[in-house]
Design a binder for this molecule. Structure first.
Ligand code: DGT
Ligand code: CA
Ligand code: CA
Length: 379
């Protein structure tokens, strides 16, 4: 994961949170390996095995959705809806989807400050810093990120941007597939007031019924109540969550989980620049932090990734696999600089100043048994 910068993100109130959800995920993964499926309805099924068509639809592509097929529908019903068209029904292949999920989440987590994966196909990322808390910049950045993800993974996703997790999560479902919905801090209250109660994640039929019994039928209705008025019926926790949600307030934090597979750091330069002096200094500082981490964890790395976010908020990243594992500071710095220079030489960057720079090491190997960490394959 990306390590935090020295100021804790909690100190920044004006957060910009992205919720990224991949479109028709299992079915899109199937299209990736069988491109001919793109042009026909494709339905991914969980077969129960009782008889040939028993089981339910797990998901389907948007071609199939046009015929009314959707998740959790009995396979027999889905087949009847598609009886007159050429369509493909496939069983789920979880290991394959998980592989794709891992690769694509790795791409995303490289760019943000805090990253939390919440399911196989969705995650939250804190982009407060990269966007300077500016929702206009967030819109540009979301579009660039979406293109970048598509370019690297060949998958489309829908992105919701908001001042907290709740708003970004609801926003990501507004325009799908391949959509972007940005809800600024100022727009959040109005946005949520126009949503249905059941759009709030976690609200199920039971809660809806209880609210209806109180004469509460909309999010605006909820916001007119206090937590104390609702807690007897809903319990304090749900009442507090819903009253806050109805006012577009959500204080839940992004729970960044440490992954042992990679780590790194991304920082904002003092000013947007391509001056080598500034870049050398930043590289040295990033490499020092990463080197300290490698030393503490007694690990060597083999793959080095440089991430540059440019002043127009476009990003470029290059990964290079070294010939050997290394835990050497000099190797880390030398290779980082050589990749960065290569990236700057590239025309599109030389005319664009760099705003943020990140270095990530991956393909880590435990070397705690080695006699000397410093000398480990240090050549
Ligand atoms: P989307 O996001 O509306 O474009 O479509 P999906 O398919 O990505 O839907 P999502 O994000 O709710 O779920 C992600 C994956 O989880 C989906 O590709 C398949 C699986 N999944 C979703 N709903 C169900 C379900 O009701 N039953 C089963 N077995 N799997 C499901
Ligand atoms: Ca999805
Ligand atoms: Ca999802």
């Amino acid at each position: 994961m990306i390590l935090n910068e020295s100021i804790s993100l909690n100190e920044l109130e004006d957060k910009v949170i992205f919720h990224i959800d991949f479109d028709y995920f299992y079915a899109q993964c199937e299209e990736l390996r069988k491109p001919e499926l793109r042009n026909i309805p494709c339905v991914v099924c969980v077969y129960s095995g009782r008889d040939e068509d028993s089981g339910v639809v797990s998901t389907c592509n948007y071609n199939a959705r046009k015929y009314g097929v959707k998740a959790a529908m009995p396979i027999k019903l889905a087949k009847s809806k598609l009886k007159d068209v050429e369509a493909k029904f496939l069983p789920t292949d979880m290991p394959y989807y998980q592989d794709i999920s891992r690769d694509v989440m790795r791409i995303i987590q490289n760019y943000g400050d805090l990253f939390e994966q919440v399911s196989v196909d969705e995650c939250y990322v804190d982009f407060t810093r990269v966007t300077n808390s500016d929702f206009n910049d967030a819109k540009i950045f979301a579009s660039s990120l979406q293109k970048n993800i598509k370019h690297q993974s060949k998958l489309t996703c829908s992105i919701g941007v908001g001042p907290n997790k709740l708003i970004s999560k609801i926003a990501s479902a507004v325009i799908k597939p391949n959509g972007i919905t940005v809800v600024s801090r100022e727009e959040a209250k109005n946005f949520i007031s126009n949503c249905k109660i059941e759009d709030i994640p976690g609200v199920g039929p039971k809660t809806l019924k209880k609210l209806q019994a109180l004469g509460i039928n909309s999010i605006s209705d909820i916001s007119k109540n206090s937590i104390f008025e609702l807690r007897d019926v809903l319990g304090y926790k749900t009442a507090a969550f819903l009253v806050n949600a109805s006012n577009a307030i959500d204080n839940s934090q992004i729970k960044a989980r440490e992954t042992s597979k990679q780590f790194g750091k991304i920082v904002t330069l003092k000013k947007d620049t391509v001056e080598m002096e500034q870049i050398n200094m930043t590289t040295a500082s990033l490499c020092t932090t990463i080197y300290e981490n490698l030393s503490n964890k007694k690990q060597a790395f083999k793959v080095l990734t440089i991430i540059l976010i440019l002043e127009n908020l476009h990003h470029v990243s290059i990964s290079r696999s070294l010939k050997l594992y290394t835990a050497s500071f000099d190797e880390l710095q030398k290779n980082s600089l050589s990749i960065i220079k290569e990236m700057i030489k590239n025309n599109s960057i030389s005319i664009q100043n760099i705003r943020r720079m990140g270095i990530v090491v991956s393909e880590l190997k435990d070397i705690s048994g080695q006699n000397s960490l410093l000398n480990y394959l240090d050549n």
